[in-house]
Design a protein around this ligand. Structure first.
Ligand SMILES: *Cc1c(COP(=O)(O)O)cnc(C)c1O
Length: 370
């Protein structure tokens, strides 16, 4: 079965092999050397002033960011489940909460964020997804961060890049905290999250807040290539292998280029089948199609063509399907996925098969005739 859900994503064979050795003790020079090397690679990927790894799924890093960087009121952008989660975290910790809510296909407007910030001087942090995975949309995070910093540079910008870090280049000039998670673009099993922090964020963190998620104690330890609590040794070994693999494969810039090209080719090939792309501004991390037959299409893809794509949650349950674009995806697998969608539509009697999907995909991906 081809796993094409936008998280979890498949773990490459060499990464699985790297993680299959005996468990290493985390308080050893041997592991500290691995930790140090991994940090170096992460600085290269995040381009931030500090990086911190946590043994938690992505939500742990979201919570760590909120409690350490927001001391008064959090403004969260809600165009889907993950954006909504930031607000729930703020409320759970007794922080003030202001939310800008939109339909799941609609990116937040920079003006709306600016207005909200101007209207409430208690807002000291903003949390937003770069790629909101619920509907596969891209928020204008860099633009909103720039506009907010012009009003007040001390407002912390928390950017959830769980389906963006490793997918596309992110301008972090105005971002104070950039979050990644292991099981999405980083091609690992779940259980590790990473935060890239600005020096302004480190200042605000001060002595830190919370206990397990106290970022001050993690920064202090991780600078010395160790962790406050037991490190997720196996996942960190896997992460180092992933980051080395990306490098061996031509580097991160090449991965960004390939991902963008593949996403474009998939989008065009599915549109050529008459399918409709759901988000107004699609993220590169996934291709999201809204279709009244989404459930049937997914079922045929899975049962007859061995392709596993994700559906939708909540009110989008049965209304969309999402095809992953994150990671080192072999092009022949993606070609099979778009071909399978065309076959499924034919099978369901929605469209006569004529090979359009693969034709369009190949023309764009391989630049045929260009
Ligand atoms: C998956 C995801 C999360 C949550 O991560 P968990 O690892 O499930 O805790 C947060 N934000 C985005 C954008 C995601 O895609």
């Amino acid at each position: 079965m081809l796993l094409f859900t936008p998280g979890p994503t498949p773990v490459p064979q060499n990464v699985r092999n790297a993680m299959s050795d005996e468990t290493m003790h985390h308080r050893t020079p041997e592991f500290e050397a691995i930790f140090e090397q991994t940090r170096k690679h992460l600085f290269n990927l995040f381009k931030s002033d500090e990086v911190v790894m946590l043994s938690s799924s992505g939500t742990g890093a979201m919570e760590a960011a909120v409690i350490n960087l927001c001391h008064k009121t959090l403004l969260n952008v809600n165009s889907g489940k993950f954006g909504e989660r930031f607000g729930k975290i703020a409320i759970a910790h007794g922080l003030g909460s202001v939310e800008i809510k939109n339909e799941w296909n609609t990116p937040v407007s920079v003006e709306a964020v600016v207005e909200a910030v101007k209207a409430n001087s208690e807002i000291d942090a903003i949390a937003v997804q770069i790629s909101e995975s619920a509907g596969g949309l891209r928020h204008p995070v860099e633009e909103l961060a720039k506009a907010v910093k012009k009003i007040n540079p001390n407002i912390m910008i928390i950017a959830d890049g769980i389906t963006a870090v490793g997918v596309e280049k992110i301008d972090i000039s105005n971002i104070d905290c950039l979050i990644a998670g292991s099981q999405k673009a980083l091609m690992l099993p779940p259980g590790l999250s990473i935060l890239g922090l600005s020096s302004l964020a480190i200042e605000k963190i001060g002595a830190g807040r919370g206990y397990y998620l106290n970022l001050a104690s993690e920064i202090k330890n991780q600078k010395k290539n160790t962790t406050a609590y037991t490190a997720a040794t196996t996942l960190i070994i896997g992460l180092l292998e992933v980051l080395k693999t990306i490098e061996k494969d031509g580097g991160i810039e090449k991965l960004y280029e390939t991902t963008a090209l593949r996403a474009k080719a998939v989008e065009a090939s599915l549109e050529a089948l008459g399918l409709h792309v759901y988000p107004a501004v699609p993220a590169l991390s996934m291709t999201t199609i809204d279709d009244e037959n989404a459930s049937q299409i997914r079922k045929v893809l899975q049962e007859e063509f061995a392709v596993n794509v994700a559906g939708g949650q909540d009110h989008l349950n049965g209304k969309i399907f999402r095809i992953n674009q994150m990671g080192l995806i072999p092009v022949y697998e993606m070609a099979w996925v778009v071909n399978s969608v065309e076959l499924a539509l034919a099978k369901l009697g929605h469209r006569v098969y004529d090979g359009t999907a693969n034709k369009v995909f190949n023309e764009i991906y391989f630049k045929i005739g260009k």
